[in-house]
Design a protein around this ligand. Structure first.
Ligand code: 5GP
Ligand code: ZN
Length: 113
């Protein structure tokens, strides 16, 4: 997707603070962190959101979550962390490329699950 911000980040056209990369997954630090550790994990292939997952691309979401667990271990989040994926306008999704937020490094708010 030529006009997708995260596709441009994955392609290296926009700089990012990379923390992880595999064949299908890329992860980088959020530019506006909401917690001491705030990392975005994305599939390299463009998928707009969780709402676009199906039997043929669900493997990408699984790989993102496995990567998230590995990243959390490397980041020292042994006390816990939250994984969030905003889907659509009511959830406040601002970038239409599937991404999983890893939030940790402090006691997170009890509200919102
Ligand atoms: P959403 O609101 O769609 O769930 O999450 C999008 C996230 O992308 C936000 O937390 C926002 O701070 C982050 N973001 C937006 N633009 C950039 C950017 O250019 N670089 C990085 N690293 N993060 C970005
Ligand atoms: Zn994209």
């Amino acid at each position: 997707m030529s006009d997708c911000l995260f596709c441009k980040i994955i392609a290296g056209e926009i700089p990012s603070a990379k923390v992880y990369e595999s064949e299908n997954v890329y992860a980088f630090r959020d530019i506006n962190p909401q917690a001491p550790t705030h990392i975005l994990v994305v599939p390299k292939k463009h998928v707009a959101s969780v709402a676009e997952l199906n039997d043929s691309n669900s493997r990408l979401a699984a790989e993102c979550l496995v990567a998230a667990a590995e990243i959390a271990r490397k980041e020292g989040l042994e006390n816990g962390y939250r994984i969030v994926s905003n889907c659509g306008p009511d959830a406040g999704q601002t970038v239409a490329h599937l991404h999983f937020h890893i939030l940790g490094g402090k006691r997170l708010q009890d509200q919102m699950v």
